[in-house]
Design a protein around this ligand. Structure first.
Ligand code: B1M
Length: 210
C-alpha cells in the first residue's frame, strides 16, 4: 500500500497521530504538498462522507476524522505558503449561517493566502450582516461563501441579498463553493462565480480581479 493510501486510511480511522506521521512520510518521499492534500487527506474524507451517508459512521467518528485531517493539513500548510509579501487583493471568506463545516473553507483560505491574497476568515455560521460588515471594514474586493448542507445553500442567497440591500453589491465580487454547490446554482442566486475546489477558487479569484 502506498503512503498516500495509508494516509487516507488513517483519516478514515480518525487516527490523528498516524495522519501526522504519514503526512510527514509522504512529504519526505517527495509527494507534492497539493497531492498529499487531494490524494491522501481529501481522498480519505471522501470515503468518510460516503460511510456517514449510509450510516456506517456517526458524527463522533466523523469529527475524529475531521480533526485528524485538519492536523495533516496544518503540516502541509507552510509548504504551500508562497511567502509573497504583496497583497494581491482582500477576500472575506466564511461558511454561511447555520453551517458548521469548515475544512473545505479552510483549504480555500489556505490556497488563497499562499497565492498572495489577504484572507479575512470569518469562521463558520456567519450571518449575512457579518459578511457585509467585514467586507466594508476591510474594503474587500471578493467575498467567498462556503456551504456544505443543502439547507444552508439558501443562506448564500440571503447573503447576496444583504449586499444588495446595503447598496454595495457592485463593490464586491461574490464567489461560492462547497459540495452541494454548482454553476447553475451560482447563476440562479446571482453570484459572480463558483469553484468546485480550492485550486479552482484561487484561479477564479485571479480571473475576477484581473
Ligand atoms: Co457533515 N454533512 N453534517 N459534518 N459532513 C456532510 C456535508 C454530508 C454530505 C454527509 C452525508 O450525508 N454524506 C451531509 C449533508 C447532506 C445534505 O445537506 N444534503 C452532512 C450532514 C447531514 C451533517 C449534519 C446535519 C449531521 C447531523 O448532525 N445529523 C451536521 C450539520 C452541522 C451543521 O453544519 N449545522 C454535520 C456535522 C458534521 C461534523 C461537525 C461532524 C463534520 C464537520 C467538521 C468540520 O468541518 N470542522 C462533518 C463532516 C466532516 C462532513 C463530511 C463527511 C466531510 C466534509 C468535508 O470536510 N469534506 C461531509 C460529506 C462530504 O462532503 N463528502 C458531510 C472535505 C472538504 C475538503 O471538502 O468541504 O467539499 P469540501 O470542500 C471542497 C470543495 O467543496 C470546495 O473546495 C474544498 C476543497 O477542495 N469548497 C469551496 C468548499 N468551500 C468552498 C468555497 C469556495 C470555493 C470552493 O469559494 C468561496
Amino acid at each position: 500500500m502506498s503512503t498516500l493510501e495509508e494516509l487516507s486510511k488513517a483519516v478514515i480511522a480518525g487516527n490523528e497521530a498516524n495522519v501526522k506521521s504519514l503526512t510527514q512520510a509522504a512529504l519526505h518521499e517527495g509527494v507534492k504538498p497539493l497531492s498529499v492534500i487531494n490524494d491522501g487527506l481529501i481522498a480519505g474524507m471522501n470515503v468518510v462522507g460516503k460511510r456517514f451517508k449510509v450510516g456506517d459512521m456517526f458524527v463522533p467518528e466523523v469529527l475524529m476524522s475531521a480533526r485528524a485531517m485538519a492536523a495533516g493539513v496544518e503540516l502541509v500548510k507552510p509548504l504551500l505558503a508562497g511567502g509573497q509579501m504583496v497583497n494581491k487583493g482582500t477576500i472575506v471568506l466564511g461558511t454561511v449561517k447555520g453551517d458548521l463545516h469548515d475544512i473545505g473553507k479552510n483549504l480555500v483560505g489556505m490556497m488563497l493566502e499562499s497565492s498572495g491574497y489577504k484572507v479575512i476568515d470569518m469562521g463558520v455560521d456567519t450571518s449575512p450582516e457579518e459578511f457585509v460588515a467585514a467586507a466594508q471594514k476591510n474594503s474587500a474586493q471578493i467575498v467567498g461563501l462556503s456551504a456544505l448542507l443543502t439547507t444552508t445553500m439558501l443562506a448564500m442567497k440571503d447573503t447576496i441579498e444583504a449586499f444588495i440591500q446595503e447598496g454595495i453589491r457592485n463593490n464586491v465580487k461574490i464567489i461560492i463553493g462547497g459540495a452541494p454547490i454548482s454553476h447553475t446554482f451560482a447563476e440562479e442566486i446571482g453570484a459572480d462565480g463558483f469553484a468546485p475546489d480550492a485550486a479552482s477558487a484561487t484561479e477564479l479569484v485571479g480571473q475576477l480581479l484581473a
